[in-house]
Design a protein around this ligand. Structure first.
Ligand code: SF4
Ligand code: SF4
Length: 419
């Protein structure tokens, strides 16, 4: 029975991931340098192999961008972002989780239940920041099955006391890392990890600058594939892959070969996480004649904000810099005060000449839904059309979404919002 269930899971999981990758590749102007990123997604989700990492280096599953990768690399392990986007795993987790839990958490529980994905199975430790109720219950559920480190995230992040508390959480997490790797945290290994990640951030800044060019050099669906692949790639390898993609895009810019026509409606996608293979929205936007010019999601730029600002180079100073970077600039709505997300989206509208906003709400994701009203009011003030789309992890709503997205794109095309 169990073997039959696994077999069914394997077939469905492979089919969905293959279909998504096929649709990504079928979009026009796919850069050659995108291939390694798509290969990584294929390796993990189609071939169901473990992530590629140096021999003897354990992997640590992380469940939010607020877990600093620097700390994990410093202590001799590799972070693997495990928030789930699989419809097949969601269907398994749907039997375990309460009906109104979000699909992302259900997918994680499904992967854990079915035990069929090496990238998940092989993690020596799980790190779950308690950001929302779903993550809190997931943390408790995982803790009963696996070595799990739970990080308490402050609801506010402006007071020094909140930062002190989160810094202590990071020290506790560091102790758990030392238990699995045998490598204690030192200022030397943390400093080396900062440099390693700074190289990735440098390439990401280059990539962001290239994405802002007008007319656009790269479709948003491609950019999101590259960012998602980072979750399963050893940082120095991902940095090299991104450097090659940046070189190709710079070559295109020099030759004046832009990826898309200048008159396609330029959309921004914001809201609940968009995790491979749940690329429903980016693909529909681009297949329906829109251009996904930018995304404000945690599998996009939010994953690698600016490098941590180190004022004090001692170990404690670097740990505080990590705590600050992980929370203070973060636009995640799980924080009580989150006006900065509005500022951020406003800034992106300027930088990317955005003409319309698609606001994504995963079913059951209350925190993002809560912030929709403020975002809608802000967009009304700016005269930018916005559409709220609620989705789940299945194909059932695709046709309805297609009609709504197409109508939204037409509205912008003929509505005269010429930026
Ligand atoms: S949406 Fe917020 S809580 Fe969820 S993974 Fe992203 S940053 Fe973390
Ligand atoms: S922030 Fe939303 S999508 Fe993320 S775990 Fe919480 S409810 Fe789920």
């Amino acid at each position: 029975m169990e073997a039959r269930r696994r077999d069914r899971f394997d077939r469905r999981q492979t089919a969905t991931a293959e279909k998504t990758l096929r649709r990504v590749r079928a979009l026009t102007h796919c850069p050659q340098a995108l291939t390694p990123f798509l290969d990584t997604l294929s390796r993990v989700f189609v071939d169901r192999q473990d992530v590629v990492h140096p021999k003897g280096v354990p992997t640590v599953g992380t469940y939010c961008v607020m877990v600093p990768p620097e700390l994990i690399y410093a202590q001799g392990a590799m972070p693997v972002k495990l928030c789930g986007g699989s419809y097949t795993a969601f269907a398994v987790g749907d039997d375990t989780a309460p009906r109104d839990a979000c699909p992302l958490v259900k997918a994680v529980m499904g992967f854990e239940d079915i035990d069929a994905m090496p990238a998940y199975q092989n993690c020596a430790l799980m790190a779950v920041p308690v950001t929302c109720d779903c993550k809190k219950k997931l943390a408790g559920w995982l803790q009963e099955r696996r070595p799990t480190s739970i990080l308490h995230v402050p609801a506010n992040r402006d007071r020094d006391a909140d930062m002190e508390r989160f810094t202590r959480e990071l020290y506790a997490f560091s102790d758990s890392l030392a238990e699995i790797t045998g490598v204690p945290l030192t200022s030397e290994n943390l400093s080396m990890a900062f440099h390693r990640l700074a190289e990735a951030q440098t390439q990401l800044s280059r990539f962001i600058d290239l994405r802002r060019k007008h007319p656009t050099l790269i479709r948003g669906a491609f950019a999101m594939a590259a960012m998602n692949a980072m979750s399963y790639t050893w940082a120095p390898s991902w940095t090299k892959q991104l450097a090659r993609l940046n070189d190709e895009l710079e070559g295109l810019a020099r030759a004046g070969t832009m990826a898309v026509k200048g008159n396609q409606p330029r959309l921004l996608l914001t809201g609940s996480p968009v995790i491979f293979p749940n690329f429903k929205l980016p693909l529909l936007i681009e297949e329906m004649g829109g251009l996904l010019a930018a995304d404000e999601t945690c599998m996009g730029e939010r994953g690698l904000y600016d490098p941590p600002a180190i004022v004090d180079p001692s170990l404690n100073g670097m740990m505080r810099a990590l705590a600050n970077r992980a929370t203070r600039p973060c636009t995640c709505p799980t924080f009580a005060d989150n006006r900065r997300r509005l500022y951020r989206v406003r800034q992106m509208i300027e930088d990317y000449r955005i003409q319309g906003v698609v606001y994504h709400v995963l079913r059951g994701c209350l925190v993002y839904d809560y912030e929709y009203a403020a975002m809608e009011a802000e967009m009304e003030r700016l005269g930018i059309p916005i559409i709220r789309v609620e989705t789940d992890y299945n194909e059932e709503d695709v046709e309805q979404l297609r009609i709504r997205i197409e109508a939204f794109i037409e509205l912008i095309k003929y509505g005269g919002n010429d930026r």
